[in-house]
Structures are given as structure tokens and as C-alpha cells.
Design a protein around this ligand. Structure first.
Ligand SMILES: Nc1ncnc2c1ncn2[C@@H]1O[C@H](COP(=O)(O)OP(=O)(O)OP(=O)(O)O)[C@@H](O)[C@H]1O
Ligand SMILES: [Mg+2]
Length: 442
């Protein structure tokens, strides 16, 4: 069942329950009010009648007195308490006897009298002077009041029906307004499912639906970026693997066909060995990256002295430093401890440091220190730096610059740093070149 119908059905059911309960209470309340009102009116009428009768005829029950009562077009009984006798009535004898039989006429507190199946609202007023015990009893059948009650209830039901129809129509429009953005969002999700990212359109919504829609767009963007990066990765990976393979194939076929002389054959074999080694390195790095992506357990952090770790970096970098004639300055805060996997973190630091040395003009600086909640390692150089446009892609696999090698180093470094509960950011160094900032939490 569609959400809109569910909401409307729930609303209509709620409305019907409320109307039924309200109707029931009003129905019973109306009868009470009508009885009270009728009693008040009878009392007023009775008092006027008694006053007039007292003034004009005294208490004597003569013929004119009875005629006057007859003229009033009321249901009444003139009753003498002292003698317990009915003196006069506008109703038939049989009915009056029935009343006296069914109801305790001496009990003046009873407001409703019964006769047969009918009930009557009564009002009793004593003649003046009170000791004569003569009283006027006025009666109105409850059925008369029921007719009033029913006509009132009929109108009430009509008002309820019109109100309910108006409320249901209004609820239909409101739920439609609520559900339409959801339906539109569903269409956008269908486009994401079919990977039609460029056809996704923003929807108009408010509140939580707007937030959900925003999350859906973010998710679509992330998914699109991921799919694209996977495609780029496969293109780059196949290209990187194909180039050395073609070189190897060229030399191997030449040697087999004996088109090279002895010297060229030696050179060919040398190139084949170099290219095979390069392929082995690329494949090993790809395997490492895949492991870093999937096997969390492969990472084994332990408490390490930062100064000792940096010493290993300088030792390994020494041959390249000498070759390039670069100065490497290392400044590590005393007692600084890092909670990382030694082998892997060393690899990340070496990648970044080697990049720096390869691109620096004269020097590379490493600075490690504790900063409130975090530990920072900064590696910077005075080389040409990295252009703004290149920065967003630099951590992608097989992305490399002009003097780059395989383009996997920074992708591996970032994966390792993220596993170490850290982040890596690129900026511009005051030395003039690139500045890599590693931030480790805890
Ligand atoms: N300190 C730096 N200064 C200028 N450019 C840099 C620096 N570090 C990295 N780069 C650029 O970023 C690219 C990617 O670096 P990355 O370490 O990922 O790959 P690589 O060094 O080319 O190959 P390898 O996989 O062997 O490390 C490099 O090719 C280079 O163009
Ligand atoms: Mg590198």
C-alpha cells in the first residue's frame, strides 16, 4: 500500500474515532441539558400560573379556576398533599391514576416520572399559603425532548460529515505534499541504481526529507568518484604493466630470432632483467595496497620511539641524499612516542621522504612533535612543490608527475597512515616546495 494511502487511512480512522467519541458525549450531554432546560421552563411557567391563580381566585377551586387551567394547553395536575388527592388534571383520569401508581407522588425530589414506557419531566410548585399543601404539577413528555435531541444530532452528524470530508481532502493534499518529494527521491535513486549520475536532479523538499536527499546526492557523488577512480586505476594499472611487458617482448623476440649481435643481446638481457624487476616491484606494491585495503589484522601497532624511527629513515635515505647532494635536517621532540606498525609506518615515511629528496633543490626537513591531542610529523622540501590542480589526485593509484616513478608511493603511504589512525595533508612549504603533514591521534 502506498505511503500516501496509509497516511490518509490512518488519519481518517483517527478522525472517525474522535468524531464518534465526541458525538457520543454530545448526544448524552444534550439530553441532560434539554431536561434541565425543560425543568427550568416548567418551573417558570408554573410559578407564573400559581401567582396568577393566587391573585385572581385565591385557593378556592371553583369552576373558573378549572377553566382557566384548561385553557393553558398544558399537561398538569393539581394535587392536594394534605388529602393526598388529585383535585384537577388536564390529562385523562386513567393517565393520572397511572402516574400515581407508578411514581411516589409524596417524594418531591423525583424529577422524572414514568408512565408505561414513557418518561416525563416534572415540575412542582406550591400554592400560597404553603400550609394548604395544594401544588401544581406540570409535565412534559420526554419524547418531545427526544425529537429535539434527534434533530440536533442529525444536524451534528451533517456538520461532522462535511467536516470529515473537508479534513480528508485537506489531509490528501498535505500528505501529497509530503509524499511527492519522497517519490521524486525514489526516481533519483533509480538513476543512481542505473549509474546515470549526470541525470540526477535536485528535488524540492524541506526538513528531514531534504537531509535524506542531501545524503543521497553525497552518496551518489562518492559512488561516482569511486567508480571513476576504479576505472582510472584499471587503465593506469594495465598501462603500467603493458609498457615493461612490451619492452621485454621486443627484446625476447629479437634474441630468439637472433636479429641482435652479441653486444645488443647482452644489453637486451640487461633491460629484460631491469623491466622484470620493475614489474615485480609494481605487482608487490599493488598486492600491498590490496592487503592494506582489506586486511585490518595485517597492521600491528606498537609503542615506538619517534627519534629511533627517524634514524632508520635517514640511514635508508643516505645513498639517495649523497647521490642528489641534498641536505636532510631531522628535528624530533624528546621522548616522543608513536603507536604504529614499525615496518609499515617506516615505509610510508620513506615514500614521502624519498619523494622530497628526489624533488628538492638543496634540502629536506623533517620535524616531529606533540601538539595537544595529536602528534605531527612534517616533511617538507625546497623543490618546485605540487600544483593546486594536482593535489586532489596525488594520492590516487598510478598518478604521477613529470619525474615520477610508478605513482603508487603516496597511495600506499596514505593507506598506512589512515590505518595508523591518522591523516595526511599537503600544503606549501616555507622552504618553497611541498609540505606533507601527518597527524596522528592519541
Ligand atoms: N615532494 C614533492 N615535490 C614535488 N612533487 C611531488 C613530491 N612528492 C610527490 N610528488 C609528485 O607526486 C607524484 C606521486 O607521488 P608517488 O610517491 O605517489 O609516486 P612516485 O614517487 O611517482 O612513484 P613511487 O610509487 O615509486 O613512489 C610524483 O610522481 C610527483 O610528481
Ligand atoms: Mg614516491
Amino acid at each position: 500500500m502506498k505511503l500516501q494511502y496509509q497516511l490518509n487511512a490512518a488519519f481518517t480512522a483517527l478522525l472517525l474515532v474522535i468524531l464518534a467519541v465526541t458525538g457520543f458525549f454530545i448526544h448524552s450531554l444534550i439530553m441532560d441539558l434539554l431536561v434541565q432546560n425543560e425543568q427550568r421552563q416548567l418551573e417558570q411557567q408554573g410559578e407564573i400560573l400559581v401567582n396568577v391563580l393566587n391573585e385572581q381566585y385565591g385557593t378556592g377551586q371553583n369552576k373558573q379556576f378549572s377553566e382557566f387551567l384548561e385553557e393553558q394547553n398544558l399537561q398538569l395536575i393539581l394535587y392536594d398533599r394534605a388529602q393526598n388527592a388529585v383535585l384537577f388534571s388536564t390529562m385523562s383520569n386513567q393517565v393520572v391514576k397511572g402516574f400515581i401508581r407508578n411514581n411516589n407522588i409524596l417524594d418531591t425530589s423525583g424529577k422524572l416520572w414514568e408512565y408505561g414506557k414513557d418518561k416525563f419531566v416534572t415540575s412542582r410548585i406550591l400554592f400560597y399559603p404553603e400550609h394548604t399543601g395544594v401544588e401544581l404539577i406540570l409535565l412534559t413528555p420526554l419524547n418531545d425532548l427526544r425529537a429535539v435531541q434527534q434533530s440536533f444530532v442529525a444536524r451534528l452528524i451533517l456538520v461532522f460529515i462535511i467536516g470529515a470530508i473537508a479534513a480528508v481532502i485537506l489531509s490528501y493534499f498535505l500528505t501529497n505534499k509530503l509524499v511527492t518529494p519522497l517519490t521524486r527521491l525514489k526516481w533519483q535513486l533509480k538513476k543512481i541504481e542505473k549509474r546515470q549520475f549526470d541525470q540526477i536532479e535536485p528535488i524540492r523538499a524541506t526538513g528531514e526529507i531534504k537531509e535524506v536527499a542531501q545524503s543521497v546526492y553525497d552518496m551518489a557523488n562518492e559512488l561516482q568518484r569511486y567508480i571513476q577512480s576504479q576505472q582510472v586505476f584499471f587503465q593506469n594499472a594495465s598501462h603500467e604493466l603493458k609498457t615493461p611487458l612490451m619492452t621485454i617482448q621486443g627484446y625476447a623476440e629479437g634474441i630468439k630470432e637472433k636479429v641482435f649481435d652479441a653486444q645488443e643481446t647482452d644489453k637486451g638481457l640487461e633491460v629484460i632483467v631491469t623491466e622484470v624487476n620493475r614489474l615485480k616491484t609494481i605487482i608487490n606494491e599493488m598486492i600491498l595496497l590490496a592487503k592494506l585495503d582489506s586486511e585490518q589484522t595485517a597492521y600491528q601497532p606498537m609503542k615506538l620511539d619517534a627519534a629511533a624511527l627517524m634514524k632508520q629513515v635517514t640511514d635508508r635515505a643516505l645513498p639517495l641524499i649523497n647521490e642528489k647532494n641534498i641536505e636532510l635536517k631531522v628535528d624530533v621532540e624528546d621522548q616522543l612516542q608513536l603507536d604504529v606498525d614499525e615496518e609499515k609506518f617506516l615505509r610510508a615515511l620513506l615514500n614521502i621522504t624519498f619523494n622530497g629528496i628526489r624533488h628538492a633543490h638543496t634540502m629536506v626537513q623533517i620535524h616531529a612533535y606533540k601538539d595537544q591531542q595529536t602528534k605531527q610529523i612534517i616533511i617538507e622540501d625546497d623543490g618546485p612543490g605540487i600544483s593546486e590542480a594536482f593535489i586532489p589526485h596525488i594520492f590516487h593509484r598510478f598518478v604521477k608527475g613529470k619525474n615520477g616513478e610508478t605513482g603508487l608511493g603516496l597511495a600506499i603511504s596514505r593507506a598506512i597512515i589512515e590505518q595508523s589512525n591518522g591523516t595526511i595533508a599537503i600544503g606549501k612549504s616555507e622552504l618553497g616546495g611541498a609540505k606533507f603533514t601527518i597527524t596522528l591521534r592519541g
